[in-house]
Design a protein around this ligand. Sequence first.
Ligand code: ATP
Length: 206
Amino acid sequence: MADCFLIFGGTFDPPHRAHVELPALVAETLGCDRIIYIPAATNPLKRDDPPTDAEHRLAMLRLALRERPRTVVSTIELERGGVSYFVDTLHSLCSDVGSDVELRFLIGADQALQFGRWKDAGEILRLATPAVMLRPPWTDASFRAALAGAHGEDEADRWMAWTVPAPLIDVSATELRDRLRAGGDVSEMLDPAVAAYIREHGLYGL
Ligand code: ATP
């Protein structure tokens, strides 16, 4: 059987529990041999909100993944700099891995609903197949209804078929940053080593 790599792009500002736990479960379900995390330099859909320095996001991601087997962090988008268009990343990965490797790319339900805004969305789907993680507040039924409302029944069927069963984890980096700034408890959402890194470097207003 051909190898399968699961590509997981994000801002990881900071990397939280869902970023670490869900990809491993999805990789297991899909039979993917490797998970490639790709932190973005600048997310095209979050340009108005500059992320934490790449050096810190990369260090936190490496810490969060330190005990995860078959997992690598790629700096391809950080090295390229500028706005990180996934289509460019995918072209590079395809030529690096060759045609014997199947590429799946992992996105949350929120991103799946916005997928039409991604640059060259059709080209991305030609090169790789999505794997979608449901994310609160979405349930199977409400996600399907939102897809059908926005893109029609056929597209809803297609995206639902790409949705991989996994537990719902109700956490977002936005909520985490807000809680950190407010001095709230983040122990349920964050790896202790990442929390220590945040404190040591005074990130997110700490
Ligand atoms: P922010 O709140 O700053 O927008 P985020 O928590 O969505 O950040 P990202 O780094 O932007 O984190 O997410 C990377 C990918 O992980 C996206 O495809 C996103 O949909 C997905 N994702 C993030 N959190 C979850 C979650 N709790 N459940 C499922 N998918 C998630």
